[in-house]
Design a protein around this ligand. Sequence first.
Ligand code: PHE
Length: 344
Amino acid sequence: MDKILTVQHEALAAIENAADLETLNNVRIQYLGKKGSIQALMSEMKSLPKEEKPAFGQKVNVCKQEVTEALEARQAVLQEGALAEQLVREKIDITLPGDVKELGTTHPLLMIQQELEDLFLGMGYKVAEGPEVEQDYYNFELANIPKDHPARDMQDTFYIDPNTLLRTHTTAMQMRELEKAEGKTPIKLICPGKVYRRDDDDATHSHQFMQCEGLVVGEHITLADLKGTLEFMANRMFGEGRTIRFRPSYFPFTEPSVEVDVSCPFCNGKGCSVCKGSGWIEILGAGMVHPHVLEMNGFDPEKCTGFAFGVGLERVAMLKYGIDDIRNFYTNDARFLKMFDRFD
Ligand code: PHE
């Protein structure tokens, strides 16, 4: 019986002295574990005379219960302490200035692209896509520019192999769409995208730039439709009151072909430094889809006609935002790009 009390006192003292949860757990194993001291007392019961067994057993149970209760109480205290300590350790000073992550802004060229997409989607056009690594066939052949055609010199090309190139104009996407339509009209789409030409980069030239072309094919489509569409676009892109004019030009895939000028949005056509005194600014190339292009793509040029236009996005962005060097679009200077967050 004394032995039981000794174990009990020892255990309670050890529990009281346990300074942390780990020590306390060791104490629990030492006394209450399967090979612990209290279990050992239980086993000793076997060797006792029968009449002493109940009293002894009861005493061991009391001992076990007291030790268990003391353990639980101590555990609660220690856990609370540990939590309080953790709260102090992990305290966050919310008055300290945070690490502000710099957010990017929409790239000015993407802004122009999205503006054009909104404008033309609103008129029922669809937006087409196509590969930047293109076949000579779509970029040139189907666009009425066969090998050895002098017009190939207009677009100095990055060739990957004799039949594969980096597309030089978004016209390649138009050709894919025409072919896909299998002679069915109407077709009404725009195709924005990156294009590539071998060029020495300077303030107005870049070997990589962006275009957005439009294509409409159907019955009774005329040059007047083209003019109305482009005038609407000029007004939306450069402000109300813009007028446009056509000048004769040449593209192998359109006949007739025109160069399109918009009345200068800076001086309202009076003449200023931006329009070099002329009152007009050239913004794009356009024309009626060449009958041969329609034919090669499976359309009957006697039954349907179409117009096409192609605008350079850098040119539009430079005019709209007063940017004087095309390289700004591609050198990713954060200070330049940041200026456009007010348009986001
Ligand atoms: N593809 C021409 C270019 O890159 C632009 C254009 C498109 C002209 C459609 C007429 C019609 O210069």
